[in-house]
Design a protein around this ligand. Structure first.
Ligand code: SF4
Ligand code: SF4
Length: 430
């Protein structure tokens, strides 16, 4: 993702990216490999291949995990190439109604809010009226409706104060980019984030006017809409003097760190406010935001000596971890998190052999390619069950949806963001 950009012609067809690709590993078809996808893009750019539904399907059968770019010895930025190609495919062939609706919703915060409100109402009725067997049978992609997360009763940002004071002596001020998932689905993550950061002595600011980071829009070729979200977020985050910008989701973090500085150079949104001078200011703000953005687990590792745990807390039992692709490939956190979990006194962390392999969630991949997503997931669950954990931790909300959605109630495994267990274990009055 932050790999240097080299032209497609640099691909020596060595095949090292195949061993890194979760889709190729389960399908074992050359056409599902990153190498083949690059060749298709090359042929398309050379005008020897035209847009077609099959080409779009082959390009979309990718989790945008970035593992191929990390493995590639030729320095090709697959991620950027795939994103460009997706945009061209959508331009030529359009999108399905479901994906068009998703793009429409995610392009404005007011729409996300209305959509979440309606979905909450729908969830209430379907939970009451749908028999369990039916809710288990009908799926969104590879996830039974019954296993989808419940929406927050009220969006997290509406329940949290905009400025939350530090506990004890104030060390500084942090801005918290909550992302959509914490705001609408996983308020437990938001509460724990604020609890940990204030425990560490930081004042926390939660800008109310932030919106979706735009990554789901970019994945679906809607970079113009993503650029509008980017401008909203740069204004929202850039308005606060702070010592750092914290994310609980490394996909949002990758947007702020890697995508915004690149996108702002390419896309100028249509906005009368955006004069040349104003745009240059936005570019400078995007750079500052990128420099200040940190994921919460790296932040906790850097401040772990200041965490005060409740000594009387009983051991929580076995814990496993799933390392999200953006955490590994954009923030390089896997070994950091492993040592953090090993050191935490209140849990027994056991790594699974494929902890660092993609879960198959990939934005909307689990919805668009459910059979492939399920194959990827089944392997992980097989390894997980050997560890018999009580908790399966992950720091990406889409992974969390996918992991929890593919477990059964009888598995008795709770999927959580690591911050929840860390926050619960803190001494309440340090
Ligand atoms: S690893 Fe890089 S050079 Fe090798 S086949 Fe894949 S894209 Fe080409
Ligand atoms: S981004 Fe991930 S899923 Fe897509 S081709 Fe590369 S390794 Fe495979």
């Amino acid at each position: 993702m932050s790999a240097p950009i080299k032209p497609l012609q640099n691909c020596g067809k060595c095949g090292l990216c195949l061993a890194a690709c979760p889709v190729y590993k389960v399908l074992k078809e050359e056409q599902a490999s990153p190498r083949a996808r690059l060749q298709l893009i090359k042929a398309f750019e050379n005008h020897t291949l035209e847009s077609s539904p099959l080409l779009k399907e082959l390009i979309s059968k990718c989790l945008m995990c970035g593992s191929c770019a990390v493995a590639c010895p030729s320095g090709i930025n697959h991620y950027e190439k795939f994103m460009d190609m997706r945009e061209k495919m959508v331009r030529d062939l359009g999108e399905t109604p479901a994906i068009r609706s998703l793009i429409y919703l995610l392009s404005r915060e007011s729409r996300i809010q209305r959509g979440a409100g309606m979905a909450k109402l729908g969830q209430k009725f379907t939970t009451k009226l749908t028999p369990a067997w039916l809710a288990n049978k009908y799926c969104m992609g590879n996830i039974p409706l019954k296993r989808l997360p419940k929406l927050n009763a009220v969006p997290f940002r509406k329940t949290a104060a905009t400025t939350i004071p530090a506990r004890g002596a104030r060390k500084g001020c942090l801005v918290y980019f909550t992302g959509c998932a914490t705001n609408y689905l996983y308020e437990d993550t938001g509460i724990s984030m604020v609890g940990i950061l204030t425990h560490l002595g930081y004042e926390v600011i939660i800008p109310q006017d932030q919106t979706c980071c735009g990554i789901p829009l970019m994945f679906h070729g809607a970079r113009d809409q993503a650029a509008e979200n980017m401008v909203t977020n740069i204004r929202a985050l850039g308005a606060h003097e702070c010592d750092g910008i914290l994310v609980d989701c490394t996909t949002c973090g990758a947007a702020l760190k890697d995508e915004y500085p690149a996108l702002i150079k390419k896309r100028r949104v249509k906005d009368p406010q955006n004069t040349q001078e104003a745009w240059e200011k936005l570019e400078a703000a995007a750079k500052r935001i990128a420099e200040k953005t940190t994921d919460i687990l790296s932040f906790i590792v850097a401040h772990k000596q200041d965490l005060v745990f409740d000594k009387n807390l009983p051991k929580l039992g076995n814990v496993a971890y799933h390392s999200p692709c953006h955490s590994r490939n954009s923030f390089n956190t896997q070994s950091l998190v492993q040592s953090l979990l090993t050191e935490l006194p209140f849990m027994d962390y056991t790594p699974t052999p494929d902890e660092a392999e993609c879960c198959g969630g990939g934005g909307t991949f689990f919805y668009e390619h459910p059979k492939t997503a399920k194959k990827i997931m089944d392997k992980k669950i097989h390894h997980l069950k050997a560890v018999k954990p009580k908790y399966w931790l992950t720091d990406c909300p889409v992974c969390r949806i996918n992991l929890a959605g593919n477990l059964n109630e009888s598995d008795n495994i709770q999927v959580l963001h690591p911050v929840t267990l860390i926050h619960d274990a803190l001494k309440k009055d340090p």
